[in-house]
Structures are given as structure tokens and as C-alpha cells.
Ligand binder design. Structure first.
Ligand code: GAF
Length: 394
């Protein structure tokens, strides 16, 4: 069976209950934002390239109330994160600089507070989320964007300058959790729309809505529950390798290079740089083609691009892992599957599969019998494109 995830109303109730039990009063303000799954276009965003994510019905909700001193206390219901589940910090001021610290999960909130572009009020808040943590579905971006919406709610503002929110939350992630992410996760978390995936040009920040609603077709996420830690060195290393490959190719970013140019300058670069550049250049091309396939309803060709994307991430970009490869291998043998691949930053996390709705139960059965063993247990989510961030008022 696929996971039954709490509805938005359930999540808000959970958050309000957590606030009430933690602070002995009712929450008056809130914010909420979704996680995302990326259909194709991986490790292209920080190369000025193209991505095709959709917002998930899985969300983070933060609710709270202004507090009476300059301190902010936040609590979370999340169980598998580092450090205490309750922490307090000072609001930044002329005398006080807010800095990252411990517990690490609070840095996502503190980063947004430090970069907030409006009046800051001290607050107490409670956080709940149905986005699996560290699963490559943007639990971090959804927490950042939900925090931004909550801060807006505290000062009575409901309008969001959505691209700007994404930019501020990306900056928060760079400077507090110290994760040099691209712009994809925060952007889809603020701009997501029900029924649509979004092609995002990560250079111009132009977006194109791509419809994705067909009752006969399912988007299935399989969480390997192998935890990926993107604040480790692998992600920044990939970024650097891409930048040095772009230098050798004499282009501003890999977005500007073609495969022919790469082949003609192969001698100038290391094998590693060549492989990283090969992935990014071909992935941009696949992402643009995939958008057209979706628009034409050509799911078979879309699926082929997903397989190619996975192979390239596994062999050229080297961000997959054995558990994820195994999931892709198992799922790809099932009739009615158009395509499947790793999704997100990599090193564990989730796969995304496009398939006929009627074969979802076959996939789950097969994965349970062939993947689940030795304390490994996959979880499953059937998802449709959902709406982006919102400011909540009670
Ligand atoms: C992570 C990053 F946060 C994104 O910006 C993106 O680079 C992704 O990995 C890989 O496509 O989610």
C-alpha cells in the first residue's frame, strides 16, 4: 500500500495542537509550503540549466504567535532529526547577530529569519511536516519557505513576491545550513500549482506550466529510506567540478556548452570534468525534450528520457547509490512503467516513476518482495502536482 499522508487540514491541526501543548496558548498565525519531486533535470539548476519539478501534496506547516520578549522558541514534532526538538534563539538586532548553530534543523528557520525582508517580530512557533526528512523531496526548502510565510503572517501581510521569496530562502540555505543549493527547490515550493509540473529556466527564472493530470497515469515516489546528507562534501564538490569544466570549455556555465564543443575540447579537461559536463549538457537537452513529450502526451518517450537521465546520474555524475539503482532495476521490469529514475540531489533518497495507474500495486508488491530486506524498507507515495506556499491566518 502507498502511504496515506495527512491532509492539509490534519497537518494544521497537528501543528496547532503541538503549539498549544508546548506554549499553553492558541496559535494565531502560520505558513505552509510543499516539498517537491523533480521529474527530470537533475544537477542542472546551479549550471543555469533547466529543471522540471512539481510541488507535492506533502507539506510543512509552521504555526505560532508573537512572543513577549526578544526571544523566539521553536518546537518540532519531527523525530528523526538531530538535537533537541525545542530550541530558543534571539532575534537579530543592532546589538545581536543571528548565527547558525545547533541543533542543525533550527538553522533552516534561523536562516530565513536572518534574511527576512520585512519587519521581524519575536515569536514562538510549532513545526510539523509530512515531507520525509532527508529523502530528497525538499524537506529543507519547504521548511524555509513555510517559515517565510509565517513571518509574513505575523506582520499581517498575505501577499508574496514569489520569486523573491525563493531567492531569500535559497540565500538562507546557503548561509545557515551551509548548503550551496541551486534555485529549483525553493522556486517550486513557492510557485507550485495544482495539476501542473513546472519547467524552470534557472538562468532567466522564466517558468512554463506543463499540465500533468490524467487519471490513467501515476507519479509514484519510492523512498529507499537511505538517508542522504547534502550538507556533506559531495554536493559542493559536484558544483566545483561543473564550474571548472565550464572554465575549460570557455563558457559562462555548462548551460552554454554543446556536446560537440565538449568533444572537441575533451583533451583540455580531466575525465571527471568531462563526465560531469557530459551529464549536465545532455540532461538539459533531455529536460527540454521531456517537457515537449509531456505536452504531446508522449509518455513512452518521456519515460525513455527518465531512464537515460538515471544512467547519466549514475555513471557520469556519480550521485546514485546501490539501493536506488536496485529500485530502478526492479521497477523498470514491470509492464506499464514508462520510466523511472533517482530524483533530487542523490546519495540515497527517492526514485520517481511515471507509470500507468493500474500497475502501481504491482510495483509496490515487487519492490516489497525484492527490495525490503535486512532492515531496508521502502515507502511509497502516489502524488499529483499540488499548490505552492501560502500565508495562513486563523
Ligand atoms: C538538491 C539541491 F538543493 C537542488 O538545488 C538541486 O541542485 C538538486 O539537489 C539536484 O538537482 O535538491
Amino acid at each position: 500500500m502507498a502511504e496515506t499522508t495527512p491532509t492539509f487540514e490534519d497537518l494544521v491541526k497537528q501543528a496547532k495542537d503541538l503549539f498549544k501543548t508546548s506554549f499553553d496558548e492558541e496559535a494565531t498565525h502560520g505558513g505552509s509550503a510543499p516539498g517537491r519531486v523533480n521529474l527530470i533535470g537533475e544537477h542542472t539548476d546551479y549550471n543555469d540549466g533547466f529543471v522540471l519539478p512539481m510541488a507535492l501534496p506533502l507539506r510543512t506547516v509552521i504555526v505560532g504567535k508573537p512572543s513577549k520578549n526578544c526571544q523566539c522558541t521553536i518546537v518540532t514534532s519531527a523525530v528523526s532529526i538531530d538535537g533537541p526538538l525545542r530550541t530558543t534563539f534571539h532575534l537579530p538586532s543592532d546589538e545581536f547577530i543571528l548565527e547558525p548553530g545547533s541543533p542543525k534543523w533550527a538553522n533552516y528557520v534561523k536562516g530565513v529569519v536572518a534574511h527576512f525582508d520585512g519587519q521581524l517580530l519575536p515569536f514562538n512557533a510549532a513545526i510539523v511536516s509530512s515531507v520525509p526528512l532527508g529523502g530528497g523531496l525538499s524537506s529543507s526548502a519547504s521548511l524555509e519557505v513555510a517559515t517565510y510565510c509565517f513571518l509574513k503572517s505575523l506582520i499581517g501581510e498575505t501577499n508574496l513576491d514569489r520569486p523573491k521569496v525563493a531567492e531569500i530562502c535559497q540565500k538562507a540555505e546557503h548561509t545557515f545550513p551551509n548548503m550551496p543549493c541551486g534555485v529549483m527547490d525553493q522556486t517550486i515550493s513557492v510557485l507550485g500549482e495544482e495539476g501542473y509540473a513546472l519547467l524552470l529556466d534557472c538562468r532567466s527564472l522564466e517558468t512554463f506550466k506543463v499540465p500533468l493530470i490524467d487519471p490513467n497515469t501515476a507519479v509514484l515516489i519510492i523512498n529507499s529510506n537511505v538517508r542522504h546528507i547534502l550538507t556533506g562534501s559531495e554536493y559542493p564538490e559536484r558544483r566545483q567540478q561543473c564550474y571548472s569544466a565550464a572554465d575549460k570549455l570557455d563558457v559562462k556555465s555548462l548551460r552554454d556548452a554543446t556536446i560537440m564543443e565538449l568533444e572537441s575540447k575533451k583533451e583540455k579537461m580531466s575525465e571527471l570534468e568531462y563526465n560531469r559536463a557530459h551529464h549536465v549538457i545532455t540532461e538539459n537537452d533531455r529536460c527540454l525534450k521531456a517537457k515537449m513529450c509531456l505536452e504531446k502526451g508522449d509518455l513512452i518517450s518521456f519515460g525513455k528520457l527518465m531512464y537515460q537521465s538515471h544512467e547519466s546520474l549514475r555513471d557520469k555524475f556519480q550521485v546514485s547509490c546501490s539501493e536506488i539503482d536496485q529500485l530502478v532495476d526492479i521497477v523498470s521490469t514491470i509492464k506499464g512503467v514508462y520510466g523511472t529514475r533517482m530524483t533530487g540531489g542523490g546519495f540515497g533518497g527517492c526514485t520517481v516513476t511515471l507509470c500507468e495507474s493500474k500497475v502501481v500495486s504491482d510495483i509496490i508488491k515487487k519492490v516489497k518482495s525484492e527490495f525490503d530486506a535486512n532492515e531496508r524498507k521502502a515507502t511509497f507515495y502516489v502524488v499529483s502536482p499540488s499548490y505552492g506556499a501560502e500565508v495562513l491566518n486563523f
